[in-house]
Design a protein around this ligand. Structure first.
Ligand SMILES: NC(=O)c1ccc[n+]([C@@H]2O[C@H](COP(=O)([O-])OP(=O)(O)OC[C@H]3O[C@@H](n4cnc5c(N)ncnc54)[C@H](OP(=O)(O)O)[C@@H]3O)[C@@H](O)[C@H]2O)c1
Length: 345
């Protein structure tokens, strides 16, 4: 059996390069020759903190781009050589930080020839998370447009929608998806150095999370947009991307999958929806549409911009050494409006 190199967490706090068998695709699956893989906060949570009782060994990398190397039975829309991006979120053989990854067709998006593969690797995890958070009835539950982009504006087109963490990878796509779906009153929170860029993506009002006036400024914009001009009964939905982490340190073990009642800062009447994107395929619409149809169509018409690439390539050493550099950037909070992308091969 042929083998390839993977970067896997072997125990809490320890990852290494390992040789693993290269599987063949089964029914509905494809084998991707991985060119680039993205690192995300969850990779650090799993490796450093054994988040969600991770069972080791577990290969890293929740996003990948590359070319199709083999196609399994029952796959009609993808063929060997196609350039693709994939959400590589399941067991080790499906993860992105390895030379070959096996995935189901439902997590694969074809990408246009004009899109470089490193930029394509910024898309899968965070585009899906943002789309799912906005439109899944379990989360923000915005009405799903009949087409994407829609032919008519949504009912709530002028309702304020706040993206807290507008410069995160998820925020980058949430702002764009809202704009494409016809929302006009998009508010975002980010460092001032990122405000201009977020405006160009579609945010109408942008706030600085270090400003002592932030809450007041947001309230003013919301009240100016609402009919009775004063918020008397707080209501609405807050979709929170889990895990919820206390403080800015990755060394903290304080990760929560639910906000404890005594730490909940939100008033009664506000629904909190904790997003568990690893379950996105439980929703048939999300499974059948986001990667197979919506993302390729938006890329084809140039409606969606990939995120900014922080490239870690061979100049940083072996594949393992590149991952060490990338994980340290995330751990040390050195990522600002960019995605850490590791060149795999
Ligand atoms: N539940 C799920 O299924 C799921 C899926 C994906 C992600 N997530 C979670 O979602 C979060 C974002 O992930 P990501 O990969 O998109 O993050 P990321 O790109 O790594 O986030 C980096 C950005 O965080 C921003 N930031 C830091 N502190 C902030 C604060 N106090 N207020 C607002 N923004 C702040 C910084 O913005 P500035 O540069 O402007 O300072 C920086 O650009 C993470 O906690 C991740 O674990 C959850």
């Amino acid at each position: 059996m042929s083998t390839h190199v993977a970067i896997s967490s072997l125990s809490k706090g320890h990852f290494d390069a390992v040789k693993v068998p290269t599987p063949s695709p089964g029914e509905g699956e494809v084998l991707i020759k991985v060119a680039y893989s993205g690192l995300s906060p969850i990779d650090v949570y799993i490796n450093d903190l054994a988040l969600i009782h991770a069972t080791f060994p577990l290969t890293l990398g929740y996003s990948a781009s590359g070319t199709i190397a083999q196609v399994g039975p029952g796959v009609q829309d993808l063929k060997v050589g196609d350039r693709v991006a994939a959400y590589t979120y399941r067991a080790s053989e499906s993860k992105g930080m390895q030379e070959y990854a096996i995935v189901t067709k439902s997590v694969v998006a074809m990408i246009p020839d004009s899109l470089p593969l490193d930029a394509a690797a910024t898309l899968p995890n965070n585009f899906i998370t943002s789309f799912n958070s906005l439109f899944n009835p379990e989360y923000l539950a915005l009405p799903i447009p009949s087409s994407f982009p829609p032919s008519t504006p949504p009912v709530l087109a002028n309702t304020p929608v706040l993206v807290y963490g507008g410069a995160t990878s998820c925020g980058h796509f949430a702002i764009q998806i809202l704009r494409i779906a016809g929302y006009r009153n998009i508010m975002a929170i980010a460092s001032p150095k990122n405000h201009e860029q977020l405006r160009s993506l579609g945010a109408a009002h942008i706030f600085d999370y270090n400003s002592p006036r932030m809450v007041e400024d947001i309230k003013n914009v919301v009240e100016a947009s609402s009919s009775n001009k004063k918020i008397e009964i707080p209501s609405g939905v807050v979709a929170i991307l889990l895990p919820f982490k206390m403080g800015n340190s990755f060394e903290s073990e304080e990760l929560y999958m639910e906000i404890p009642d005594d730490m909940n800062p939100l008033p009664k009447g506000v629904r909190i929806a904790g997003v568990r994107n690893l379950k996105f395929e439980e929703n048939a619409y999300m499974k059948d549409n986001i990667m197979p149809k919506i993302l390729p169509a938006l890329l084809q018409i140039g409606a969606i911009q990939p995120h900014r690439v922080r490239l870690i390539n061979e100049l940083f050493g072996s594949l393992k050494e590149r991952v060490v550099v990338g994980m340290d950037l995330l751990r040390n909070d050195q990522v600002s409006r960019e995605k850490v992308i590791v060149k795999v091969q």
